[in-house]
Design a protein around this ligand. Structure first.
Ligand SMILES: Cc1cc2nc3c(=O)[nH]c(=O)nc-3n(C[C@H](O)[C@H](O)[C@H](O)COP(=O)(O)OP(=O)(O)OC[C@H]3O[C@@H](n4cnc5c(N)ncnc54)[C@H](O)[C@@H]3O)c2cc1C
Length: 388
C-alpha cells in the first residue's frame, strides 16, 4: 500500500474543493485533492450563477464559460405573477458544469496542487478533538493509498461520506431538498432571457423551474422538501408547462439532492474544515451553491495556510472570515430556510402565495415574520393585495 504525507488533503474536486486547493496551493502549501470521478462535473444542477457574487470570487470567470445571460426571474402562481430584473442580484448566467468544474480544478493544478483522479475516500482515523491524521483512499484499480495530512478538507458534497466516517451527520427533518430535473433540448422557448419559477402542489415547499441555457436548451425541474411522489409531481409540472416544452426532449438527467439545513452541527472540527455542500454553503431559497462554495473554499485554503502549524484557531478564523465576507447572505438564507420549512410543515392554506412572496422578495423577512403571526384568512387577503 502506497502512503504519502501532505499539508492539505481535500476530498472532492467540485467547485468548493477545487477552490480550496487553488488558494492553499497559492499560499505555497503541499496540496492533494482527490475525486472519485476521473474529472469533476456535477450533473445534478440547474447551472445558474448570480452575477451578484462575482465581486466576492477569488478569480475572474472567463466570458467563454458564461454561456447564456439571464436578465432576471419571473415567478408564477395561478393568476399571480412577479417579475424581478432590477439590480445585480437578479441577473445571472447559465454555465456548463462539464466545462466549469474542470476549469476551477485546472486553476488549482496550475498553481501546484496534485489531483488524484478516480480516487475515492474510503475511511479515516482521528484522535481526540477530531484531529484527522490518517485517510484511506482507493483508486478505480482497487489500489489502496494512505495519506497523512496536516489539514483535512471535506468537500465531498451533499452526501458527504467524510461526515459519516467522522460520525458528524445529523439526520434532521427537512435537512435535504429533493430535485427531479432534466436538461431539455429541441425547445423553442418564447422567453429565454429570463429564468421562470413556478409554485403549486407539484413542488411542495419549493418550486418548479425553467432555467434556459439558450432558446433551445434549458434545465427544467421540480424541487421539493419531500421525495414523496416526486416523479408524479414532476410529470404534473411538465404537463402544466407543456406549451413551453413543445417538442422538447429530455437529454441529461439532472436530478439530485441539496442541503437545506446544516448536515452537521458545525463546519470545522479539529484540523478538519467542511466546505461547499458538505457545509451547507448554498443559499436558500434557490440552493445556489456553486459560487458560495468557491468563495468559502477559497477562505478554507487561506485559513489552512494560516493555521498549518498551529490549528488552535482554525475553526474561529474560518468562521470569522466567512462571516465577514458573505455571512450576511448565509444569515438571510438560514432565516429563509426556517420560513420555508415552517410553512411547509404547518400546511398553511395560502402557502404557495407565501412562497411566491418569499422567493420573489415581495416581502422582506421582517414583514414575513409578522405575516405568519396572522390568521389564515388575513394572510391570504394581505398577500393577494400585495401581489395583485
Ligand atoms: C438539481 C440541483 C440543481 C442545482 N442548481 C444549482 C444552480 O443552478 N446554481 C447553483 O449555484 N447551485 C445549484 N445547485 C447546488 C450546487 O450544485 C451545489 O451547491 C454545488 O455543486 C456544491 O459544490 P461542492 O463542491 O460543495 O460539491 P459537489 O459539486 O457536489 O462536488 C463534490 C465532489 O466530491 C466528489 N466526491 C463525493 N464523494 C466522494 C468520495 N467518497 N471520494 C472522493 N470524491 C468524492 C464528487 O465526485 C464531486 O466531484 C443545485 C443542486 C441540485 C441538486
Amino acid at each position: 500500500m502506497r502512503s504519502l504525507s501532505c499539508d492539505v488533503l481535500i476530498i472532492g474536486a467540485g467547485p468548493a474543493g477545487s477552490s480550496a486547493a487553488l488558494s492553499s496551493a497559492k499560499e505555497g502549501l503541499d496540496v492533494i485533492i482527490v475525486d472519485k470521478k476521473d474529472l469533476p462535473s456535477k450533473t445534478a444542477c440547474a447551472e445558474t450563477i448570480s452575477k451578484g457574487f462575482f465581486r466576492y470570487l477569488p478569480f475572474k470567470i472567463p466570458d467563454r464559460l458564461l454561456k447564456h445571460r439571464l436578465r432576471g426571474i419571473k415567478f408564477y402562481y395561478e393568476e399571480f405573477f412577479v417579475k424581478r430584473d432590477k439590480g445585480i442580484w437578479w441577473k445571472s448566467f447559465t454555465i456548463d458544469r462539464r466545462e466549469f468544474d474542470p476549469f476551477v480544478l485546472n486553476l488549482a493544478i496550475d498553481e501546484g496542487a496534485t489531483f488524484l483522479a478516480s480516487t475515492e475516500f474510503v475511511d479515516l482515523r482521528y484522535s481526540s478533538g477530531y484531529i484527522v491524521n490518517k485517510v484511506l483512499l482507493r483508486d478505480n484499480k482497487n489500489n489502496e493509498l494512505t495519506i497523512y495530512p496536516k489539514i483535512f478538507i471535506a468537500a465531498d458534497g451533499a452526501q458527504s461520506s467524510v461526515l459519516n466516517a467522522m460520525n458528524l451527520s445529523k439526520n434532521r427533518a427537512y435537512s435535504i431538498g429533493y430535485i427531479k430535473s432534466h436538461e431539455f433540448h429541441n425547445l423553442d422557448l418564447s422567453d429565454y432571457e429570463y429564468g421562470h419559477v413556478y409554485f403549486g402542489e407539484f413542488a411542495d415547499g419549493a418550486y418548479g423551474y425553467i432555467f434556459p441555457k439558450s432558446r433551445n436548451v434549458a434545465n427544467i425541474g421540480v424541487a421539493s422538501l419531500t421525495d414523496k411522489e416526486l416523479d408524479k409531481r414532476y410529470k404534473e409540472f411538465l404537463h402544466m408547462i407543456n406549451r413551453e416544452i413543445g417538442n422538447g426532449t429530455k437529454k441529461i438527467d439532472r436530478s439530485g439532492i441539496a442541503p437545506i439545513m446544516g448536515l452537521s452541527e458545525d463546519i470545522a472540527y479539529g484540523n478538519t474544515l467542511l466546505v461547499g455542500d458538505a457545509a451547507n454553503q448554498n443559499l436558500k431559497p434557490f440552493v445556489e451553491g456553486i459560487l458560495p462554495g468557491i468563495i468559502c473554499g477559497s477562505i478554507a485554503g487561506q485559513v489552512a495556510a494560516q493555521c498549518l502549524n498551529d490549528i488552535r484557531n482554525i475553526r474561529r478564523f474560518y468562521k470569522e472570515l466567512i462571516k465577514k465576507k458573505i455571512g450576511k447572505f448565509f444569515k438571510e438564507s438560514d432565516a429563509l430556510s426556517d420560513i420555508l420549512v415552517n410553512i411547509y410543515d404547518k400546511r398553511y392554506r395560502s402557502r404557495f402565495l407565501i412562497e411566491l412572496a418569499t422567493f420573489s422578495y415581495t416581502l422582506e423577512y421582517g414583514e414575513l415574520q409578522k405575516l405568519l403571526r396572522l390568521n389564515e384568512e388575513d394572510i391570504e387577503t394581505l398577500l393577494k393585495e400585495k401581489l395583485a
